[in-house]
Design a protein around this ligand. Structure first.
Ligand code: SAH
Ligand code: F3S
Length: 489
């Protein structure tokens, strides 16, 4: 979902739920004076992209703020941070250094830091960067309007004496109750179905920065999807760190598991495609695999992170499954959906990774022939169990392995795109291509961008539709070109 401008509904409290009313009513005065502009940067995962949209939504609804892409005209600067790897975390303070210079010139600028680095560092952020006005975590972004007002009131006070400008708590699933109605542009939207992660993989900070797994109630998730579908959304991407661990409460108090949720979502009028990000092999159960037989709305693409092809490393990572389990799941799925496209995440250079462990990972990637994958050099994260593990592999070796692994991934991505030529593929038509206005831009099941020429007079009959396209040309590793065959839905 990309929300580029949000409704400047200044004083339009009648449109909000009573809970939101209570939160923002006393704070409406600043909005009445002038329309403030927010500039936001987002690091990291799709959860953060979703959260950034929500930050803009809450400030839009409560204070009538609008988004700007020009940092020089912004009144509020927000940084939604990621701490999954050290590099991402380092970026926060270097970027903040640049923002400090802006604030020296414009002391009225309000600077907020949210996301996982905020959650992990808390008070340290304002100690290292006292010019930061607000610090909030992924679970408290709905309190941004309050934080904004408190920070404005206390601007002149030294940071250590400010009250209530830091909020990095984990107030259960409260955040979602305070978010305004989703507003969308385009035909695709993310819907967060759960927060946090309880898997505690030994290398990962997420359980510490986002808290334990907490699922949103079924009705809330479906209400959000209904509202998106009414606004024209055709593709829903269900978001969570481990969506297949979803356990949402139903109206009658019983628990809805992920496979059942997929069935409910497929019944929402207007929803033609369903994706989800991310799932974990541990709870990738048969009922989810069966859903691929029953629900044509589920795209033929699965992103299932495996991290390593070595059972020894998987155990050290505390992934709690073996390679055989993973391969079995993929084979079962392929039996149901022979055209399934696969992608994965890999960590190269985990502590103690032997040459054999690395070869096992390389072989798994070659065997499964992924459509694309994400690979990362292991990054030691303070506070995680893996940070305590002995590591006798030099960084030079890790980098060489990483380069070799990347090449395998690049080769299979390229090969998969070439293989598409001559086939017919289902795509969602999204928009006119910026650089080729004679073509429409679409996304295929396997996330490749597909372009095809169209008749301008028929544009409205095509935008937002699921169509089939015969692929005629390879354009780049992630893009192909083709011609329209027929409109499907
Ligand atoms: N929920 C997902 C992972 C979310 S984090 C899962 O089921 O695995 C996204 C990816 O970042 C992970 O899959 C992993 O490949 C990578 N990652 C996480 N922590 C890392 C670390 N300390 N070093 C390098 N890569 C890491
Ligand atoms: Fe991280 Fe493992 Fe959860 S990679 S997000 S702890 S599944």
């Amino acid at each position: 979902m990309s929300v580029s401008v949000f409704n400047p509904r200044i004083n339009d409290v009648a449109n909000m739920t009573p809970a939101v009313n209570a939160l923002v009513e006393p704070n409406l005065a600043p909005a009445a004076t002038a329309t403030k502009k927010v500039f936001i940067t987002t690091q990291g995962c799709q959860m953060n992209v979703y959260d950034s949209d929500k930050m803009l939504d809450v400030l839009g609804d409560s204070h009538g703020m609008v988004v700007t892409h020009d940092i020089d005209e912004a009144d509020v600067l927000l940084m939604n941070t990621c701490s999954i790897r050290e590099k991402a975390q380092e970026k926060v303070f270097s970027e903040l250094g640049r923002w400090r210079k802006l604030k020296e010139k414009r002391p009225d600028l309000v600077i907020g830091v949210g996301g996982c680095v905020a959650s992990q560092e808390g008070d340290n952020i304002q100690k290292r960067a006292p010019y930061v006005d607000m610090v909030f975590g992924p679970q408290t972004l709905h309190r941004l309007p309050e934080l904004y007002d408190k920070s404005s009131e206390q601007k002149e006070i030294a940071h250590k004496n400010r009250i209530g400008t830091i909020d990095i708590s984990f107030p259960s699933i409260e955040k979602f109750d305070f978010l305004p109605e989703p507003k969308v542009e385009g035909y695709k939207a993310f819907v967060s179905i759960m927060e946090g992660c309880s898997k505690y993989c030994s290398f990962c900070v997420v359980p510490y920065t986002r808290g334990e797994e907490l699922s949103r109630p079924l009705d809330d998730v479906l209400a959000e999807i209904d509202s998106l579908a009414e606004q024209g959304v055709r593709e829903i991407n269900l978001l969570g760190q481990n969506v297949n661990g979803y356990r949402g409460t139903k109206d009658d108090g019983s628990i809805c598991r992920f496979a059942e949720l997929l069935h409910y979502v497929s019944h929402v009028d207007g929803v033609e495609r369903i994706r989800y990000t991310t799932s974990h092999p541990l709870e990738f159960t048969d009922d989810i695999i069966d859903a691929y037989a029953q629900l044509p709305e589920l795209v033929s693409h699965l992103h299932l992170p495996v991290q390593s092809g070595s059972n020894i490393i998987l155990a050290a990572m505390k992934r709690n499954h073996t390679i055989d389990v993973y391969i079995n799941q993929i084979n079962k799925l392929k039996a149901i959906r022979p055209d399934i496209h696969l992608s994965s995440d890999f960590i190269i250079g985990f502590p103690g990774e032997s040459e054999q462990d690395f070869q096992d990972t390389l072989n798994l990637a070659k065997e499964l022939n992924f459509d694309h994958s994400y690979s990362f050099i292991y990054s030691k994260r303070p506070g995680t169990p893996a940070a305590e593990l002995a590591d006798d592999v030099s960084f030079t070796t890790k980098k060489a392995r990483f380069a070799e692994f990347q090449q395998v991934i690049i080769d299979s991505t390229l090969a998969k795109s070439h293989e598409m030529v001559g086939t017919t593929t289902r795509v969602l038509v999204e928009q006119v291509a910026n650089r080729h206005p004679d073509c429409l831009i679409c996304t295929a099941d396997n996330t490749r961008t597909v372009m095809f020429p169209y008749d301008v007079e028929k544009m409205d009959e095509l935008l937002g539709k699921i169509v089939s396209v015969r692929v005629t040309d390879f354009v780049s590793p992630h893009m192909v070109k083709g011609e329209l065959v027929e409109v499907l839905a």
